[in-house]
Design a protein. Structure first.
Length: 123
């Protein structure tokens, strides 16, 4: 299943997505997929998050995948860096959106950011 589903990994320095604004163009090979670094902000002083939720939307705007990652320790002052690795088998050309939300211990979600990237695949 890991070859066909996105997964969140510790950060690696690969192509980045942009926050808000225009979509970043990314070229990817269908056999390798794509890895996108995502910087999570430090914990807020009030209402710390227990986890972060990631929603990946395909070029048609349909939800393609949802994942969770544990929040960094409350005393962490730096951003937490993760890589979202998306297998090539589930990709197509077009604009993708990743919505990142903070999730409290009570399950309440707060959208933190959106990353937009325009994917161009080669075989």
């Amino acid at each position: 299943a890991s070859a066909n589903q996105p997964r969140l990994l510790p950060w690696t320095p690969l192509h980045g997505a942009t926050r808000g604004g225009a979509a970043l163009a990314i070229a990817a090979d269908r056999s390798h997929g794509v890895a996108l670094p995502i910087d999570l902000p430090p914990q807020p002083s009030m209402g710390a998050y227990a986890s972060y939720s990631f929603d990946l939307y395909d070029p048609q705007g349909k939800l393609a995948w949802t994942g969770l990652a544990a929040a960094p320790a409350e005393d962490a002052s730096d951003n937490q860096r993760l890589s979202l690795v998306i297998p090539g088998a589930m990709l197509q050309n077009g604009a993708y959106t990743i919505a990142v939300s903070g999730v409290t211990a009570h399950g309440e979600r707060t959208e933190i950011d959106k990353f937009v990237f325009d994917l161009h695949l080669s075989d």
